[in-house]
Design a protein around this ligand. Sequence first.
Ligand code: ADP
Ligand code: MG
Ligand code: MG
Length: 250
Amino acid sequence: MIEIKNLHATVDGKEILKGINLTIRPGEVHAIMGPNGSGKSTLSYVLAGREGYEITKGSVEYFGQDLLAMEPEERAGAGVFLAFQYPVEIPGVANTTFLKSALNAIRKQRGEQELDAMQFLKLVREKTKALNMTDEMLKRAVNVGFSGGEKKRNETLQMAVLQPKFAILDETDSGLDIDALKIVAEGVNALRSPERAMLVITHYQRLLDYIVPDYVHVLAHGKIQRSGGKELALELEKNGYAEFGVNEAA
Ligand code: ADP
Ligand code: MG
Ligand code: MG
């Protein structure tokens, strides 16, 4: 599904990614862990196509296509989804309105007919029900005044409505309580499917107690330093990132 080869990227002339290699197949859940400032968010932004990142070397193939040559909207249309580390608040725009236009933008990219208000309402009601959510959150302005947990639920709803093929979840390094972590995990687990791959980026070993990824990778100094199964997360919990030349306490 996605093949990242020797990816180098710079921000403001500073090299952040220094040769990332990663292959993800449909159905797999990969976790990337790493110390603060190691380039985790940079990787997710580069994959989603955010402005301000220069790719200086390497390639990313997505279903055999050159992902890096695609506009961000094309990537979204092709099923790439990035859950934002800091969810944007959009005052004055109802959550349901936002979701509908996001879904229809994706459908348009794909040459599919847009859903009308009735069709969309039916879909979104199905999804909220399946996620044990109330309609109340749909009427509120996007993320405005949402608690950390509500933002995470909303992210899950976005994924459930948009049905991405490749979802990237970049989790904040702080401020997520255990309930919010559980919500993230529920969302990821609910969307696991043989056709869908997920990249979960986290600083928290604890999140992986609930998600149980197929693979864990350690990103440090702009490179994947080690890859392994879920046991690697447990090892990191015990030993930290010292073995990768990083002292988190410093
Ligand atoms: P992580 O998500 O692993 O904490 P980031 O990808 O956010 O790491 O950041 C990696 C490095 O890139 C850090 O040293 C950070 O200071 C730097 N960086 C990120 N964004 C910018 C930017 N816009 N301008 C300059 N440096 C940046
Ligand atoms: Mg960070
Ligand atoms: Mg980050």
